[in-house]
Design a protein around this ligand. Structure first.
Ligand code: NAI
Length: 344
């Protein structure tokens, strides 16, 4: 039986991975610590590592894991911007879960947009205090309004379905546009100028880092609702804060934050938050922050467990690694997957 060191483990992870592990013949050691160069030592005597979005898989961590004999890492997520793929290449296979429930994230994004537009978060607090006033709670109909979707992959498409259901006009920006009824692809500038709601569904890459910045915010419609369920660093947080203060941004729904690693998934209610930008954002009446929870549905958690363990089982059984990623991915020539069914 192969043993897995499982980092940043939470009770809901254990519940779903324990249910599935027998199907794949794994023993799992769960660690609450996040993976980094120090905690990597805990993977000694393991055959594989399972990591998550806020683990640090930099060169130092990967060197340590390689030294300990780890040759495969199962990312239990779809994003992988926290992995130094150059340091992993030809030493450690990195597998991921490309899709587990695009609906979970799309529905969370739409939920945030509706909550902010109709001020449900404020109404909830008011009525708990028997304050039944409606002052300041006016929203607008989504029906007939323009929504801008940045990134139209699996989640973006699921989100567009919801927008079309609401009767919205959908503008999209993606370097790889898809033919689709009801969606008009435009340049980013036009999307910013036209949309009453903007939702981010692209991955974090060198090109997309701070895709929402002072300049793009300046082009947006006054009062735009901005939703980010993708990756925090897509938005320049200081520019966002300035945009909210100047009323250019009418509301922001953030499931991710640029510097979330030290905060998200932890109960810090007894501490003083040292990140002034995050604290200020949270204090705003028109900002809702959730702790990277858009994926958190039963269906998604079960799929994550099943696909992560199946990826690792394929590695140990010498099967093709369909869900392997490396820094050559999508860059041909240089991709060995066609020939080897693995990245190296
Ligand atoms: P996907 O790979 O199916 O789609 C990504 C899309 O973004 C593709 O169509 C791609 O062409 C597009 N894209 C790439 N560069 C772009 C650019 N410069 N500008 C605009 N679009 C660009 O990925 P999927 O499954 O839809 O996931 C999207 C992102 O959602 C992930 O990368 C991840 O960061 C985030 N995510 C967040 C979760 C959460 O719990 N908050 C959970 C799962 C994913």
């Amino acid at each position: 039986m192969k043993t897995i060191s499982f980092y940043d483990a939470k009770s809901y992870d254990k519940m779903f991975f324990d249910k599935r592990k027998k199907d794949f013949d794994f023993e799992i050691n769960y660690y609450e610590d996040k993976l980094n160069r120090r905690s990597a030592l805990m993977a000694e005597n393991s055959d594989a590592v399972v990591a998550f979005v806020n683990d640090t898989l930099d060169a130092a961590t990967l060197d340590k894991l390689y030294e300990l004999g780890i040759r495969v890492i199962g990312m239990r997520c779809s994003g992988y911007n926290n992995v130094d793929f150059k340091a992993a290449y030809e030493r450690i296979h990195v597998l991921r879960v490309p899709a587990y429930s695009p609906y979970a994230i799309a529905e969370h994004a739409m939920g945030m947009a509706i909550m902010l537009n109709r001020k449900l978060h404020r109404a909830y607090n008011r009525t708990r205090e028997y304050n039944f006033s409606l002052n300041g709670l006016t929203g607008f109909d989504f029906h007939g309004k323009t929504i801008g979707v940045i990134g139209t992959g699996k989640i973006g498409q699921a989100f567009i379905n919801l927008c079309l259901g609401f009767g919205m006009r959908v503008l999209a920006y993606d370097p790889y546009p898809l033919e689709r009824d009801g969606v008009t692809y435009v340049e980013l500038d036009e999307l910013c100028r036209e949309a009453s709601v903007i939702s981010l569904h692209c991955p974090l890459t060198k090109e997309t880092k701070h895709i929402i910045n002072e300049e793009t915010i300046a082009k947006m419609r006054e009062g735009v609702i901005l939703i980010n369920t993708s990756r925090g660093a897509l938005i320049d947080s200081e520019a966002l804060l300035a945009g909210i203060k100047s009323h250019r941004i009418g509301a922001a729904g953030l499931d991710v934050y640029e510097e979330e690693t030290d905060f998200f998934y932890e109960d810090l209610s007894d501490t003083i938050i040292q990140d002034d930008v995050l604290a200020r954002l949270i204090s705003m009446p028109n900002v809702v922050v959730t702790s990277h929870q858009a994926f958190l549905t039963e269906e998604a958690l079960d799929n994550i467990a099943q696909i992560t363990l199946s990826n690792l089982r394929d590695y140990f059984d010498g099967k093709p690694l369909l869900n392997e990623v490396c820094y050559h991915c999508n860059k041909k020539p240089g991709c060995k997957k066609d020939e080897l069914a693995r990245c190296f």
